[in-house]
Design a protein around this ligand. Structure first.
Ligand code: C2E
Ligand code: MG
Ligand code: MG
Length: 693
């Protein structure tokens, strides 16, 4: 039953309606046919009863005489006359005692019904399913002569009913079929708008096309449904359009943001963010296919100088032109990104040999070798390139980045405009630097620095006229750490600034004491490039001088050539501010850098310190001798004082004195030592005269 209900529920509405109509109209037709049959049965039976009654009455009357005279032959003839009445099956006449007097039976063989027994009390008319029995009294006046019983069969009634049914049933079925056909046609016609509506909705859900509309039927209810449906589609379509516009806008913004996040607007290259993402995916691929990847960091040399002196517009243009030149050195598919101010990164994918890296690096340097013309300026820009290789140097992305950076640092420190590939010794160095960095941070607080001084001697008089302050770091575990090891680390981390301030203060304090003891000498303090870049340098130096009560003329600051080469206008201003205050500037390690006398004129430098590498070969090495003589001659012409470093032998001393060098510094006069020892030395030499002559 449940399955039937489920099946019915699954059928289309039109099918349900059709079957409902068929079942109800078929039922109604069946009931009305049955009702008509009932009525027919009643009327046919009533007619049979009336007919039998009249025949019994007529036969009863006709039998009166025959019964009265007991004339059975005449009585038999009268009953036989009933043969003409087809429904009469039998008739029996009983005498007054109830004994059958005469009878008529239409078909004696077939009649189990034949002449009913006489019953004086029987009802006059009896109707049963097989027939009708009518009893009539035969009497003369009040004298009963007997009774007659006539029995008719209902077979004819049944025949008539069967005939009726035989006619009515096909008629009913034909009518039902006809109405079913008509109903189907009508139902198709009436439900056409609904089917059209559902077809549209089905099409919309299949194609997702909300611009489709249902045809509006003139029928009130379905028309309203179609209009409402179309209205709903209007709203969905509008919402759809809004949503689409919203999504498109969002996508556009996302693309823009993504582009901004990965893009450098100055050079039109991708930026560091993109570079790192790309490197990650390239390394993943290299790992999977066992490929080699080369990573290169390129840092432009002296870019800051250009930017500061010629302005940011030219700086930007320079970056653009540099990026164009660099990309000319690369193959299609190599990645070039701007990963910092003047830093570029290159990824070379799927490289067969490590040698490719050096080839590309050379190509990049060659591309940058020609001066770049911008707005009438010929700009010479070099680059320092660091290279690390996957998987040769490291398999981890961060290590590779760090190593390329380390290699670049080495290229820069090794004199710039060069490339270096990463080596494990650099890693050890980096590790050492890292360890130093951590320790350096605490060294100042723990008072682990001491200041040593090395005397500077006037070559004419032999007097100690100055000292150079040289820092020493006494580490509890590492022992004495050379400034050559920790100063570069302190510069990188910026710790050189507080360290430099400490050195200056300490040197000024010792100087004040020596001056108080009557030894009038100058103190030379080394200044690092990082310190020179500090805005507050001049104020800090002057404050220390004031605080320690030292006249600025007793202070000499040592700079290196590279610091001057990279000097921006700010730095030049700072140098002038220092010399204006009375402080003297000297160029340290002269001859190891650019050694260009011409640029020296632009700086307020008072002294040159000839690097000890030239002094070492004196006086035998003709080249060293020639260079030293040339430097002394040039300095003379520029009215600069000449100081020679690293004098270890008497011959060196004699050579320098003979060639007009002003001052000397070296182990020959004294190794760098503590302030107290310098004090003793000064006291011994009586007003600072050195024993060497
Ligand atoms: P520098 O300024 O050129 O200092 C001279 C270096 O030469 C000193 O090494 C000194 O000990 C060494 N020296 C002096 N005479 C001789 C000699 O006759 N023969 C030889 N072979 N060497 C000699 P030191 O003290 O190890 O300093 C190395 C460098 O560290 C210095 O070179 C300087 O650039 C830097 N430095 C030292 N102290 C400071 C400081 O307080 N601040 C800054 N920024 N740098 C410093
Ligand atoms: Mg020095
Ligand atoms: Mg030096």
């Amino acid at each position: 039953m449940e399955q039937l209900i489920e099946w019915i529920n699954r059928q289309a509405l039109s099918t349900k309606l059709k079957w409902t109509y068929l079942v109800t109209s078929g039922g109604v037709m069946l009931l009305s046919t049955l009702f008509l049959i009932g009525i027919q049965l009643y009327f046919f039976t009533a007619a049979l009863v009336r007919q039998t009654q009249s025949q019994a009455t007529m036969v009863g009357a006709n039998l009166t005489a025959a019964m009265a005279f007991a004339d059975s032959e005449a009585a038999g003839d009268i009953l036989s006359a009933l043969r003409v009445a087809p429904d009469v099956q039998s008739a029996v006449a009983y005498d007054a005692k109830g004994k059958a007097f005469v009878s008529f039976v239409r078909d004696p063989q077939s009649s189990p019904d034949a002449p009913a027994a006489h019953d004086a009390h029987a009802r006059e008319t009896v109707v049963d399913v097989r027939g009708v029995s009518v009893t009539r009294r035969i009497q003369v006046g009040n004298r009963l002569l007997g009774t007659v019983v006539v029995r008719s069969s209902v077979t004819s009634v049944y025949h008539q009913l069967t005939l009726y049914l035989a006619l009515a049933l096909p008629m009913t079925l034909a009518l039902l079929s006809l109405s079913y056909y008509a109903l189907s046609r009508l139902q198709r016609y009436f439900t056409a708008p609904i089917r059209a509506l559902s077809a549209v909705s089905e099409q919309i859900s299949r194609q997702g096309d909300y611009s489709l509309r249902a045809e509006v039927s003139p029928a009130a209810d379905i028309g309203l449904l179609a209009r409402t449906f179309n209205g709903m589609l209007d709203r969905i379509q509008k919402r759809e359009r809004e949503l689409e516009a919203e999504i498109n806008e969002r996508k556009r913004i996302e693309v823009k943001l993504d582009r901004l996040a990965h893009f450098d607007p100055v050079t039109q290259l991708n930026n560091r963010h993109f570079f790192n993402e790309r490197l990650e995916s390239v390394l993943a691929r290299a790992r999977k296919f066992d490929e080699r990847t080369i990573l290169m960091f390129i840092d432009l040399d002296n870019f800051k100088t250009v930017n500061d002196t010629l302005g940011h517009d030219i700086g930007d243009e320079l970056l653009r032109l540099v990026s164009r030149r660099l990309s000319e050195a690369l193959r299609f598919g190599d990645v070039l990104s701007r990963i910092g101010g003047d830093e570029f990164g290159i990824i070379l994918e799927n490289v067969s040999q490590v040698g490719v890296a050096s080839m590309i690096a050379e190509k990049c340097l060659a591309k940058l070798a020609d001066p770049i013309h911008i707005h009438g300026h010929d700009i010479h820009i070099g680059a320092s390139i660091g290279i690390s290789v996957y998987p040769d140097d490291a398999t981890d992305m961060h290590a590779l980045l760090k190593y390329a950076d380390t290699a670049m640092y080495y290229a820069k420190n090794g004199g710039k405009n060069a490339w270096r590939t990463f080596t494990p010794s650099m890693r050890d160095d980096a590790h050492k630097r890292f360890k130093l960095d951590n320790n350096l941070r605490r060294a100042l607080e723990r008072d682990e620095f001491v200041l040593h001084y090395q005397p500077q001697v006037d070559l004419k008089t032999g007097d100690i006229v100055g000292v150079e302050a040289l820092i020493r770091w006494i580490h509890p575990q590492l022992g004495m750490v050379s400034p050559n090891d920790f100063i570069p680390v302190a510069e990188d981390t910026g710790l050189i600034v507080p360290i430099g301030e400490w050195v200056l203060r300490e040197a000024c304090r010792d100087l004040t004491r020596w001056h108080a003891e009557g030894h009038l000498l100058r103190v030379a303090v080394n200044l690092s490039g990082r310190q020179l870049k500090e805005n507050g340098l001049v104020a800090s130096v002057l404050a220390t001088l004031r605080e320690t009560d030292v006249d600025p003329c007793w202070l000499e600051l040592e700079l290196t050539e590279s610091m001057l080469m990279d000097a921006s206008t700010d730095i030049v201003d700072r140098l002038h501010a220092l010399t204006d205050a009375g402080i003297q500037l000297a160029i340290d390690d002269f001859g190891t850098g650019y050694s260009s006398m011409s640029y020296l004129k632009t700086f307020p430098v008072r002294a040159l310190k000839v690097d000890r590498s030239f002094v070492r070969g004196l006086p035998q090495d003709p080249e060293d001798a020639a260079i030293t003589r040339a430097i002394i001659a040039m300095a003379r012409s520029l009215k600069m004082e000449i100081v020679a470093e690293g004098i270890e032998t008497q011959e060196q001393h004699d050579f320098l004195r003979a060639h007009g060098c002003d001052k000397s510094q070296g182990y020959l006069y004294g190794r760098p030592c503590a302030a107290a020892q310098i004090g003793q030395m000064l006291a011994r030499t009586r007003a600072g005269t050195c024993e060497v002559d």
